[in-house]
Design a protein around this ligand. Structure first.
Ligand code: ADP
Ligand code: MG
Length: 617
């Protein structure tokens, strides 16, 4: 009976069949990696099941054979196999959330299919890049299951029927397309296995001969591991096609026994910010893989770190729930965090030589947001170390690529400055337009410009550095003026009157100690959330308490002086529209206007008056 593929599979297969990919050879990497997964799974299953269906015994690891005459390649394993239901579910649909993104990325054409296939978990279908018919003969290792044959020409439909296999495992047979007969060659296949699957912990035999090294590279003595080997291992592990930016190799004998090889990718993985994605390094117990992603081994903010952890002290049959409660796991986790932070610290302190790539700058660009997340979540020593790793764009930079550490900021402070100043805003441009920076510019103080939403949380947690407080240029009363304003307006009457006029829209109206040129600015009061935080929460559609904003007036500004005069003379009907527009102006300057139509109306009324008085004058 012919069954239809899910629409997205058909679309995917179409792309596989009709595109001329130069790296079609990766089909073998994908099939071999699936066979290795199946072997890992059955080894693990064997720990809890005594009655698993036996394997053929003559497949030691994974066996690739080729029949040049018939134009077929087979990939065979004694792994966990597939039941009929599993064949339908796993080979007829794309179970992974990444599939839509895969198609999208492929269509956008930024990366080619071979680069994307493994990353998105659509590896099996890559067989159709070289085959016009694929058959999967399988028997599940679970006792009492029936053998199954799955077969498809890749054109919209597939068949599933009863098979005859009597030993557990899977044999995948590819009938090579006419344009792909080059792969019916054992030397070619050996080369491909060596290239992509060298460090798979299972031997892969091609035409009866082991073609890969098949060693657990993480168990080697760290100094013996060559960089190319480690990078090749990283690629098989992560499905990334680029070398990692950094590698950590740990072999610890006491008090716990474990080995870990961790990698920091050189580009962010596509699913870094997706929810409900399994994270964490692969966990092995005495070289048996027991979990593909052990999220317990690294905190969420280190979710960009890939790798393996192999422990002699973790029980093979440990469940996820148990894992969380295992002291061994907690200790390994702490040690891994320490080591990652130590390495990041070293990279961050290192001045790259002329022409050399700045590794830390790249890591920060890709994963800095997560390190900020860490600084916000963690406490004590870990937060301190993370704080040293933070980088910010600042007023002193020419563009938004500029980055400064808190240490460098502190070092560059002029005499008399005793605070690390920052401004949170929607973008660098809106920050630069803010009147809040006027007096800082004048004094020559640098100001960190924080434009990522996570920054609001960060500065709520990291409130000091090197015994200096971190403060917002927008918060509370501030006296930046050295020279007292002479003949400034007296705001004792105007301030309270304006506050009443705005009827709760602002918390207070007062004289400003931070403006040099502008007439007014909105600032945050000493407590409560900032205006920027309110904006972020609102944009994220989260309930936000209203920020308490204070309108500050520049008592030396002619407009403010005139307003104070009008108010003192009792000409409040003239002063009122002007005062309202002053608040509008402050909102416009920080880009948080919520009722532009009202401002438009007020502006028109005022222009009408102004034009009329121009005619009368
Ligand atoms: P992924 O490997 O990322 O899960 P694939 O497209 O490569 O995605 O494989 C899809 C699914 O097909 C696998 O998850 C697995 O359930 C099943 N499968 C493929 N090959 C085998 C095999 N040799 N033995 C058992 N199951 C397999
Ligand atoms: Mg796969």
């Amino acid at each position: 009976m012919a069954r239809k593929f899910k629409a997205e599979v058909s679309e995917l297969l179409d792309l596989m069949i009709h595109s001329l990919y130069t790296d079609r050879e990766i089909f073998l990497r994908e099939l071999v990696s699936n066979a290795a997964d199946a072997l890992d799974k059955v080894r693990f299953l064997g720990l809890t099941h005594e009655d698993l269906t036996a394997g053929s015994g003559d497949v030691d690891g994974i066996r690739v054979t080729v029949d040049a005459e018939a134009g077929t390649i087979t990939v065979e394993d004694d792994g966990v196999g597939l039941t009929e239901a599993e064949a339908v579910a796993n080979l007829g649909t794309i179970a992974h959330s990444g599939s839509k993104k895969f198609l999208q990325a492929l269509k956008e054409g930024e990366s080619s299919a071979p680069e994307l296939i493994g990353q998105f978990g659509v590896g099996f279908y890559s067989a159709f890049m070289v085959a016009d018919e694929v058959s999967v003969e399988s028997l599940s290792a679970l006792p009492g299951e029936e053998p199954v044959i799955w077969r498809s020409k890749g054109k919209g439909t597939y068949d599933v029927k009863k098979g005859t296999r009597t030993t557990r495992g899977t044999t995948i047979t590819l009938h090579l397309r006419e344009d792909s007969t080059e792969f019916a060659d054992e030397w070619r296949l050996k080369g491909i296995v060596k290239r992509y699957s060298d460090f798979l912990p299972w031997p892969v035999a091609v035409a009866g001969e082991q073609a890969n090294t098949a060693k657990a590279i993480w168990q080697e003595i760290p100094t013996n591991v060559k960089e190319e080997e480690a990078n090749a291992f990283y690629k098989t592990l992560s499905n990334d096609w680029q070398d990692p930016a950094h590698r950590i190799h740990l072999k610890v004998d006491s008090p716990l026994q474990y080995a870990a090889m961790l990698f920091i990718p050189s580009a962010p993985p596509h699913d870094l910010f997706l929810q409900h994605v399994d994270r964490g390094p692969r966990l092995y117990a005495k070289r048996v893989m027991i979990m593909e992603h052990a999220g317990e081994l690294l905190p969420d903010w280190l979710r960009f770190v890939r790798g393996v952890v192999d422990s002699e002290d973790v029980k093979l049959n440990v469940s996820r729930e148990m894992l969380q409660k295992t002291p061994v796991v907690r200790k390994i986790r702490e040690a891994l965090i320490k080591r990652v932070l130590k390495d990041l610290g070293r990279l961050a302190r290192r001045e790259p030589e002329e022409g050399e790539e700045d590794v830390y700058a790249a890591i920060w660009k890709n994963f800095g947001v997560l390190l900020k997340e860490g600084a916000y979540h963690e406490h004590g020593e870990t937060r301190e170390k993370l704080t040293e790793l933070l980088r910010f764009n600042a007023l002193s930079h020419e563009d938004e690529d500029g980055q400064i550490s808190l240490a460098a900021y502190k070092e560059a402070m002029p005499e008399g400055q005793d605070t690390i100043w920052y401004l949170t805003a929607e973008s660098r441009d809106s920050a630069l337009a803010s009147p809040l920076l006027e007096s800082f510019r004048k004094k020559g103080y640098d100001v960190l410009l924080l434009t990522n939403p996570v920054d609001e949380w960060l500065v709520g947690a990291v409130t000091e550095y090197g015994e200096l407080p971190l403060k917002s240029v927008s918060r509370g009363e501030l006296d930046m003026d050295d020279e007292a304003i002479e003949d400034g307006a007296d705001l004792t009457g105007l301030g309270p009157w304006m506050k009443d006029l705005f009827d709760g829209a602002v918390h207070d109206v007062r004289a400003s100690g931070r403006l040099t040129d502008s007439a007014c600015v909105l600032v945050d009061s000493e407590d409560g959330i900032s205006g920027n935080m309110e904006r972020i929460l609102r944009e994220a559609q989260q309930a936000a308490p209203a920020a308490e904003r204070v309108l500050e007036l520049n008592a030396g500004h002619p407009l403010v002086k005139n307003l104070a005069q009008l108010h003192a003379d009792g000409k409040t009907s003239v002063a009122e529209p002007l005062a309202r527009l002053l608040l509008d102006d402050a909102l416009l300057l920080e880009g948080t206007v919520r009722d532009p139509a009202a401002i438009g109306r007020r502006l028109q009324a005022l222009l009408e008056q102004a034009s009329a008085s121009a005619i009368n004058a």
